[in-house]
Design a protein. Structure first.
Length: 175
């Protein structure tokens, strides 16, 4: 690691589930070398209760988590991002704000756990656990990259490759 701290923004449409999970994962796994942030193009205004529940079960702090607009991160005075990752297909197809500093971008699509019906069978929490596990796998691969020694093009190729990992591989289910 280069000794510097990298800022990473995770984008989704509602900023209530996947991007929130990614923010927390990166902050914890990045151990001070990475600052995780999340936002949405059309934020729901609240974090999904199952996201809070899962994060608490996993020992993550949920203090200060909130659903917020991506406009906060395009405004003057916002932290300059080194990376911006979309985690939902809808946000990936939207016209994003212009991010100061020209961050490296990639799409890391994850199925939306909040779209699963809460039918009392536990399917909704299972969907949240699956999203968390997929994000955790991608985050660990990202954190293992020799970021400081890669040029921008090589880094872009690497983060794109991480985003192309199939979310439902046998490796994911076994881990």
């Amino acid at each position: 690691m280069s000794g510097r701290t990298y800022n990473v923004l995770f984008l989704c449409t509602g900023n209530s589930a996947r991007s929130i999970l990614a923010e927390c994962l990166l902050c914890q796994l990045g151990q001070g070398s990475f600052n995780g942030f999340s936002a949405g193009s059309f934020p729901k205004g609240e974090v999904h209760p199952f996201a809070f529940q899962l994060l608490a079960e996993q020992g993550f702090s949920t203090e200060g988590l909130r659903s917020k607009s991506w406009n906060e991160f395009a405004a003057p005075g916002a932290p300059v991002m080194d990376f911006v990752f979309t985690v939902c297909d809808q946000a990936a197809g939207e016209v994003c704000p212009v991010w100061p500093g020209q961050p490296v971008t990639a799409h890391w699509g994850i199925p939306d756990p909040a779209a699963v019906a809460d039918d009392g069978t536990g399917a909704l929490m299972l969907a949240f656990r699956d999203a968390f596990r997929m994000l955790e796998r991608r985050m660990k691969l990202f954190l293992a990259l020799p970021i400081a020694s890669l040029d921008r093009l090589a880094l872009k190729r690497q983060v794109d490759a991480i985003g192309r990992l199939r979310p439902d591989t046998a490796e994911d289910r076994a881990s």
